[in-house]
Design a protein around this ligand. Structure first.
Ligand code: GDP
Ligand code: MN
Length: 389
């Protein structure tokens, strides 16, 4: 789960990471009063779960409470488009109003999981404030890394090494190293996936402060962080994924193509997407319906797929093991009869209770395209999608 900047900053502040004074606002008037309290010279920042807000017009520096109100009225209600959001952008319902900081230098600091090392890694760079992926591409020597070993934890010498490498010596050595330890602690205790401060600012007074913060947690650990669940902002997520999650379908993932997929088993679902690609098609979603043991969950899943305007054909690809093919067939028939799945639909059924399942389809009188094999099913689905367009 991704936290908003203001939520991430509150979390990091609890761990001793210095952050600017600030308040959130949901109306221009609230932004006005927040700016007055902070002395007028503030920055108004769109709270949307994306990076690159600055370049997308979501971060405005202003000099008075009136200007803050005006900036907030421009930002609130906008669809913020950045290089990370895609053309639709993300809605902005909240701004963070913060005291402006006098920036001397902008650095980059983050903790992430290094998958190949199987450990958290602390990354620091003197090239902060900008797109770190671009820096890693063009100047990899400017990226400094220290792995966090589980037995010893993040050691002060590692913090000092990173501080030196990013030019934080002298009086800043100790605060920089402490800040890194605190960031690692926040990351570990909250099952972080990424904790990023970009920019980490050296102020004109020679202190360190987190001018921006991004924090995302590992969804697999949600069950032990009920306190974080309250911070979820569903308006920032794909609305079909939200609907699926609310209906107890945990692994629906929206994709860019036009062939809706209902599959059982994560492996078969991945293979189905590959097969569609192989035949020249593109999946509109990933979905593993799992051991569907009621037609209801199948109907719900098909409703979500069927209501997606991107979907021009649907492929139901089931190899029943614990999942019973007859239950899936029931779900398909109900969804079709209720008009929830108007797109041409290719059905390939195999495995447990396949005879019963096929009989249900036969008796339904519905116009469904049947396929026996996996490759044939993918071909027919791609053909159906092509004809539909
Ligand atoms: P992002 O574009 O989504 O990463 O948003 P940031 O919070 O990083 O803001 C983008 C840029 O705005 C930063 O890199 C800074 O250069 C600038 N900025 C943000 N806050 C302040 C501030 O308080 N004072 C000044 N002078 N610049 C700021
Ligand atoms: Mn930033």
């Amino acid at each position: 789960m991704k936290l908003h900047e203001y939520q991430a900053k509150e979390l990091l502040a609890e761990y001793g990471v210095p952050i600017p004074r600030g308040q959130i606002a949901r109306t221009p008037e609230e932004a006005h009063s927040a700016a007055s309290e902070l002395g007028g010279k503030v920055v108004v920042k769109a709270q949307a779960l994306t990076g690159g807000r600055g370049k997308g017009g979501g971060v405005k520096l202003v000099n008075s409470a009136d200007e803050a109100k005006e900036a907030a009225s421009e930002i609130l209600g906008m669809q913020l488009v950045t290089h990370q959001t895609g053309p639709a952008g993300l809605p902005v319902h909240t701004v963070l109003v913060e005291e402006q900081i006098e920036i001397e230098r902008e650095l980059y600091l983050s903790v992430a999981i290094d998958n190949s090392a199987g450990k958290p890694v602390v990354i620091a760079s003197a090239a902060g404030g900008m797109d770190i992926e671009a820096v890693a591409e063009s100047n990899p020597e400017k990226i400094n890394r220290q792995l966090v070993y589980p037995h010893s934890g993040f050691q002060p010498f590692q913090g000092r090494a990173l501080a030196f490498a990013t030019g934080l010596d002298g009086d800043l050595l100790r605060p920089a190293s402490d800040l890194m330890s605190n960031l690692v602690k926040a990351f570990e205790e909250n099952d972080g996936a990424i904790a990023e401060i970009n920019p980490l600012v050296v102020t004109s007074e020679g202190t360190l402060i987190a001018a921006d913060a991004k924090f995302s947690t590992d969804d697999n650990a949600d069950f032990r962080h009920f306190e974080l669940a309250e911070l979820r902002d569903a308006t920032q997520e794909d609305q079909r994924e939200v609907e699926a999650k609310d209906a107890g379908i945990e692994n629906y993932v929206k994709l860019d193509g036009n062939i809706g997929c209902l599959v059982n088993g994560a492996g078969l679902a991945m293979a189905t997407m590959d097969a569609l690609n192989f035949e020249g098609g593109e999946p509109a979603n990933f979905l593993d319906i799992g051991t569907a043991n009621s037609a209801d969950s199948v109907v719900t899943a098909l409703k979500i797929i069927g209501s997606d305007p991107d979907v021009s054909a649907v492929l139901v690809n089931i190899f029943g093991g614990l999942a019973r093919v007859d239950i899936i067939a029931d779900g398909v028939v109900i969804a079709k009869n209720e008009g929830l799945l108007p797109q041409p639909t290719v059905v390939r059924l195999a495995g447990t209770n396949v005879e019963e399942g096929l009989e249900i389809l036969d008796n339904s009188g519905l116009e469904l395209t049947r396929a026996d094999g996996f490759a044939e099913a993918a071909q027919k689905a791609v053909a159906a999608a092509t004809n539909a367009n």
